[in-house]
Design a protein around this ligand. Structure first.
Ligand SMILES: [Zn+2]
Length: 210
């Protein structure tokens, strides 16, 4: 058996410019060798329980370019997040922010159910409840019991983008998955949904740090 301490001891450096890359070796039950760059920028070589360090180094060395690219991307992402956080902090005082959130939530509670009702009627489906929330990682959800939830920060997005998320969750009342049939319903209600989905993907993070 390999203890966690032992596993943590295993690490090595890859020669790279401008500085060497530290690679942590993580032993797992998997049978193959793999590489992973964490959001923190940490690099991991995931190897079989009885895998060899030599082989891990080889695999990492062969994929050095990929590792460096990933690291650069993660760094870019975290710099961007930091900038958004800083900008956000300087934009409003905590008191102003609190007031804004209250106001947006109030408007969301009024507006979103109306839009959801409108689309649900077209599809001939019904929802059992609708919640306005603040989810960290998602914009909306649909529970097995048919309760829809929406992130109040969607009120900061363009109206069609908000509509897209509503359409998306309402379509889950019909199809509880992301199958082709599901996307066909989305397209039926909103033929240009791809454009709005793309907007959310590109700008969603900015909404989180309003
Ligand atoms: Zn979905």
């Amino acid at each position: 058996m390999i203890t966690k301490r032992q596993a943590e001891k295993d690490s090595f450096y890859l020669d790279a410019f401008p500085e060497p890359v530290l690679v942590h070796v993580v032993r797992t039950r998997r049978k193959t060798y793999g590489l992973l760059v964490r959001p923190t920028g940490e690099v991991e070589a995931r190897i079989p329980l009885r895998g060899s360090l030599k082989k891990a180094k080889e695999v990492a060395g062969e994929n050095l370019e990929w590792i460096l690219e990933k690291c650069a991307k993660q760094k870019e992402r975290s710099t961007r997040r930091q900038r958004l956080e800083e900008e956000s902090r300087s934009r409003f005082t905590p008191k102003q922010r609190e007031r804004l959130e209250k106001e947006y939530r109030r408007v969301a509670r009024e507006y979103i159910p109306k839009r959801a009702r409108y689309y649900a009627d077209i599809l001939g489906v019904d929802f059992s409840g609708l919640r306005i929330a603040e989810q960290k990682t998602r914009w909306g959800s649909c529970s097995q019991r048919g309760t829809l939830s929406f992130n109040w920060k969607l009120m900061l997005a363009p109206a069609r983008v908000l509509d897209y998320v509503i359409v998306h969750e309402v379509c889950h009342l019909k199809e509880m998955n992301h199958s082709e049939t599901f996307w066909a319903w989305v397209e039926f209600l909103m033929p240009d949904y791809k454009e709005h989905r793309k907007w959310l993907k590109e700008h969603g993070e900015e909404l989180q740090y309003y």
